[in-house]
Ligand binder design. Sequence first.
Ligand SMILES: Cc1cc2nc3c(=O)[nH]c(=O)nc-3n(C[C@H](O)[C@H](O)[C@H](O)COP(=O)(O)O)c2cc1C
Length: 375
Amino acid sequence: MSNEAGHVTGEDAVKFAYWVPNVSGGLVISNIEQRTSWDIDYNRKLAQIAEANGFDYALSQIRFTAGYGAEFQHESVSFSHALLAATERLKVIAAILPGPWNPALAAKQIATINHLTAGRVAVNIVSGWFRGEFAAIGEPWLDHDERYRRSEEFIRALRGIWTEDDFTFRGDFYRFSNYSLKPKPLDPLPEIFQGGSSRAARDMASRVSDWYFTNGNTPDEIRKQVEDIRAKAVQNGHHVKVGVNAFAIARETEAEAKAVLAEIIEKANPEAVNAFGHEVKNAGKASPEGEGNWAKSTFDDLVQYNDGFRSNLIGTPQQIAERILALKDAGADLILLGFLHFQEEVEFFGKRIIPLVRDLEAKRAKARQPADAAA
Ligand SMILES: Cc1cc2nc3c(=O)[nH]c(=O)nc-3n(C[C@H](O)[C@H](O)[C@H](O)COP(=O)(O)O)c2cc1C
């Protein structure tokens, strides 16, 4: 689909999301200066800047304790609601952690926010990587694949509660008997995202999630993941869309952008980066395949929580726009972005890079037309 300007629209246009900085310390484990704040005033303004500059979604984070930075953390669902109340079009994805949340509470909370915000709230069901956090709040720490088995039941229960009357469910983790949630969310239902890219995470995506979020990576590696989950999803009669994480550093010259990356890494806090790497690698090693989201992450990668440098959106606006198209070609439907100085850089990204992406998409669509017509 395209609009009057020839720009690709709707499902065909790659979507943009930004990480809500609702925890302190930003998105990199580094002592580099960051003009970003986790407070609500900063975040309300950021959300307004994002929706005025072409962003579709904001993703909030759930953390219960500090660890490797992130000393202060606002809760994700209530914070997401505040951002929705301050905006008109932006969709906000609230992160939810099975364990502390159960599906009855989440379904009710999100259904209410859905009504209060004309359907703009979505959820990100995260399965957890931070054992110390679970210990601190007295939550049992399940084995890796058990965490995903619980998340899958959580998602099935959430969708069941949202769509059925007299919902009855007999799972290993959750049980419902003739439960009728009223009111149900508005149609269409809140979208269900998930974070995680281990075997168990992918299999869950291919069965139940609307969206699969994965850590930053090269187009080739993203393509492999997409082919894997889409092939499985087809077998399950399911369709899943893909969001890829990236940390963007856009500057007028590539040299400037690369210098910023070098400074982030040079000023990284090695103890915190190594401790974070140890924690996340251990969380993945407990999976049957002994891997997980961060299996191949180097020290430099781990300076950004979700391998965002690997997506290489670091350079001039034109270079970044072209690399986004390469990720889209590999199967990405959405690019999730972190920045050093969020307000300034979200605006710059929206004004300078999204229009280039739309132009490139339009050129591609035009180039494809004759072939399509001949087919
Ligand atoms: C985009 C994205 C967002 C995430 N957000 C959170 C979060 O807010 N809180 C959290 O504890 N974990 C979060 N995670 C971590 C995942 O839920 C999961 O525990 C992690 O990716 C481990 O995946 P694995 O099983 O593939 O190794 C996020 C992951 C991704 C990719």
